[in-house]
Design a protein around this ligand. Structure first.
Ligand SMILES: C[S@@+](CC[C@H](N)C(=O)[O-])C[C@H]1O[C@@H](n2cnc3c(N)ncnc32)[C@H](O)[C@@H]1O
Length: 268
């Protein structure tokens, strides 16, 4: 599929060997595509204020995100060392995904994680789910054989324990009612839930913010570690391991120290 010119130029710049690797990595995730962080607050009022930011519904966001990841996938195929979050996905899959498992990705975007997962375990049966119709349409254009569902993580159209593993693909941090989404993910997973690239803080309170991602405003949640643990406990899931992810400290922007992590959780 041919990407829009602007997206191809940006992707080419990101691939340029003239730019140091760490700058390329950082710019793809933070300064390049995520900026203008704005702390809205900690209350339910703050939660509802960020709920109407619909950047993920925009076609250019999906296209730009796809281009950024296309670059990462190409560099992996060329034998480059995987970026830490990509490697985390590999380690997480190794720990909880078995051959022929059905893996449901929540927040699949254009579906590039399907390519990563099947490169780690080719027999995996992948299903991508996203609430953005732009994402699902784009993913279908990329690979019309991919199994895709347009649905909201808050109301998964699946019976209890019907997929082996749920992979939350960096969606939870963009869902203001993240607790309800996580309960849904745990409900439909028979075996394990991978919370990939979740933004966590050691502060005691979960915070609600907005940021500009790939040019459009989206909601973001910095989840208090204790809050995340409490929801998992309530769902009967135990944390198998926590993998540190890319550098993602939002303290300079919003005053709250944060990290990005991948949590691998099993049904207890
Ligand atoms: C940061 S992108 C992640 C893309 C990809 N999975 C990855 O790991 O890079 C977040 C995705 O979550 C989706 N999303 C946000 N809220 C959602 C919700 N309530 N239900 C399902 N998907 C949602 C967005 O549309 C977007 O495609």
């Amino acid at each position: 599929m041919r990407l829009p010119l602007q997206v191809r130029v940006r992707g080419r710049l990101l691939r340029s060997k003239l730019i140091p690797g760490w700058v390329r990595q950082r710019s793809a995730r933070l300064s390049g595509f995520s900026r203008e962080y704005r702390l809205v607050g900690y209350s339910d009022d703050a939660r509802s204020q960020i709920s109407n930011r619909d950047g993920w519904q925009q076609v250019p966001v999906v296209a730009r995100q796809h281009a950024a990841w296309e670059h990462l996938l190409e560099s992996l195929a060329a034998g480059d060392t995987p970026r830490v979050d990509v490697d985390n996905l590999r380690v997480a899959a190794f720990r909880v995904v078995s051959p022929h498992d059905v893996v449901l990705e929540i927040g699949c975007g254009s579906g590039y994680n399907a390519r990563l997962l099947t490169s780690f375990e080719p027999s995996v049966r992948y299903i991508g789910l996203d609430s953005s119709s732009a994402a699902i349409t784009y993913a279908r254009r990329v690979d019309d054989a991919m199994r895709l569902v347009a649905a909201n993580a808050l109301r998964l159209p699946l019976n209890d324990r019907t997929v082996s593993v749920v992979l939350d693909g960096a969606a939870l941090l963009h869902i203001p009612r993240w607790e309800d989404a996580l309960r849904e993910e745990c409900r439909v997973a028979s075996h394990a839930v991978i919370l990939h690239s979740v933004t966590v803080t050691d502060a005691s309170t979960t915070a609600f913010l907005t940021k500009r991602a790939y040019g459009y405003v989206v909601p973001e949640v910095v989840i208090a570690r204790s809050d995340l643990q409490a929801v998992l406990d309530g769902c009967g899931f135990v944390v198998d391991c926590v993998l540190p992810g890319i550098t993602y400290d939002l303290e300079p922007a919003i005053g709250i120290p944060t990290v990005s992590e991948t949590w691998v959780c099993r049904r207890g």
